[in-house]
Write a protein that binds this ligand. Structure first.
Ligand SMILES: *Cc1c(COP(=O)(O)O)cnc(C)c1O
Length: 237
């Protein structure tokens, strides 16, 4: 198969898996947005899917790489309708660029970053943010423990005119078995339902290539898929 065909096949297979997961639990697939994580993808592969018009939302975790694509490469820049999410660790010296480039920061975990984002946002621009929750005690995981994450949401709600707190994001601990995973997702979903009841278009971003089916069954609205779209079956072509 041609590389392009494999990319489409990967994409549609992901869509079908999302739909099956929805069906199993009686959810409407329309509630779900597929976030295509492009951090390890080749430019030409991302462009293949962009040109096909199937990507509505993309996730980048390096400001520099995203800037080179979306601000300096005319092939990317013309897809102005695609919503660009930042999903990585945001260093303080990259905040000004991030504020210009991204439509959403899904990995916020401190107030000061929010304050600086607000300060650097171009006039009239509104940034959507999700607070990243840490699901394990492991030091290496980013995000805040749930109690602190909920406190940050409260602190941010209504504080900055140009920042909208829309939900939670979390990365599952590596190697967790399905039962543990469901338990962690359920706990976060419950907090999400309580904290964002009144918020229109609230988002719960759970699930990556390995665990998105479980995440969607447990209520994720914004699964983040990288390797499943851009690596699967593509090493050889
Ligand atoms: C890289 C990354 C993903 C995508 O991971 P895959 O396993 O390749 O699907 C999702 N979320 C975050 C925060 C990431 O850094």
């Amino acid at each position: 198969m041609l590389r392009e065909q494999i990319l489409f096949e990967n994409f549609y297979q992901a869509v079908r898996s999302l739909e099956s997961a929805c069906k199993r639990v009686g959810r409407n697939p329309q509630e779900i947005t597929l976030l295509a994580v492009t951090k390890y993808a080749l430019d030409k592969d991302v462009l293949t899917l962009l040109q096909k018009g199937v990507l509505t939302d993309i996730g980048e975790s390096r400001v520099q790489q995203a800037w080179a694509r979306w601000k300096e490469n005319a092939d990317f820049a013309k897809f102005t309708q695609v919503k660009k999410h930042f999903i990585g660790h945001l260093q303080k010296n990259k905040i000004a660029k991030a504020a210009q480039l991204f439509d959403a920061v899904d990995s916020l975990d401190d107030f000061e970053t929010a304050r600086l984002l607000s300060k650097y946002l171009p006039a009239g621009k509104i940034l959507t943010v999700l607070v990243q929750v840490k699901l394990t005690e492991r030091e290496t995981q980013s995000g805040l423990p749930l109690t602190q994450a909920r406190a940050l949401v409260k602190q941010l709600q209504g504080t900055f005119e140009n920042i909208r707190v829309q939900g939670y994001m979390a990365v599952a601990p590596q190697g967790a078995d399905e039962k543990t995973l469901r338990g962690l997702f359920k706990t976060l979903k419950q907090a999400f339902d309580e904290d964002f009841k009144q918020v229109p278009k609230a988002q719960l971003s759970l699930g990556m290539s390995e665990d998105f089916s479980v995440a969607v069954e447990e209520g994720s609205t914004l699964p983040r898929l990288g390797s499943l779209l851009f690596s699967r079956n593509l090493e050889e072509v």
